[in-house]
Design a binder for this molecule. Structure first.
Ligand code: BTN
Length: 223
């Protein structure tokens, strides 16, 4: 695996995609992003002090229906790495990591499918480590430094996450780390929201709710 480092870049996600087809697993890491990308076309504030990287992984025999395991695996890897720093971390389906109810990490995944198999995936991980959380986001976002009261070693956290990413995803661990299962949630539906209870994250990655719906990637809010 090759790791390419930048001081500043627009988005590690765009950069790593340049290596698709090279046959090698590649990580693009940056200390700061000027055009960080979030889910659903949003931007992801990526100022200095945070951890930002994108991971291009090639697969031999990975069925498309297992695509959700990529984000599950990444979520578990981040939670355990944060726990090692003494930071409580929980998974908010589908792609956020929360600590004490606030977002500490966002994950963005993209799978490239051919004939029913994922040939490669790109996983972008952004963790608030020592970066300042902008005043407008203080109610919903938090950093490692704010939680522990001291600066953390971003490189050590990066290495821990990489090591954890090598492990296979485990559904039971994923469920234990979920802060959504059993909780009241609001589900976005166009311009509206409806309230329900999250029952389970199924083996296919969908979120089952008390009203019998199976959600796949919808925006949810914990109530
Ligand atoms: C989200 O919370 O909406 C997902 C955020 C993903 C951010 C990471 S930071 C590294 C990689 N590069 C990007 O531009 N985005 C992802």
């Amino acid at each position: 695996m090759k790791i390419i480092r930048f001081e500043t870049i627009s988005s590690t996600q765009d950069e790593v995609e340049k290596y698709i087809g090279c046959g090698e697993d590649v990580i693009v890491f940056a200390k700061e992003q000027t055009g960080g990308k979030g889910t659903k076309g949003r931007s992801f504030i990526s100022t200095r002090g945070g951890l930002y990287f994108s991971y291009l992984k090639n697969y031999e025999n990975f069925k498309a229906e297992d695509a959700h395991k990529i984000i599950e695996n990444a979520s578990i890897a981040v939670c355990f790495a944060l726990n090692d720093l003494g930071v409580e971390a929980k998974i908010k389906w589908p792609n956020d990591i929360l600590s004490h109810g606030k977002k500490i990490c966002g994950i963005l995944t993209r799978g490239f499918i051919e004939s029913g198999f994922i040939r490669y995936s790109v996983t972008g991980i952004g963790v608030n480590v020592n970066n300042e959380i902008s005043p407008g986001l203080k109610d919903i976002a938090v950093s490692v430094k704010e939680i522990t009261g001291r600066a953390a070693d971003e490189e050590a956290l990066f290495q821990k996450i990489l090591k954890n990413l090598e492990k296979k995803s485990d559904r039971n661990i994923y469920k234990e780390l979920s802060c959504v299962i059993g909780k009241r949630i609001a589900v976005s539906c166009g311009d509206n929201e409806y309230e329900t209870t999250a029952i389970d994250v199924l083996a296919d990655g969908r979120l089952k709710t008390a009203d019998g719906k199976l959600l796949s990637g919808e925006e949810i809010r914990l109530l």
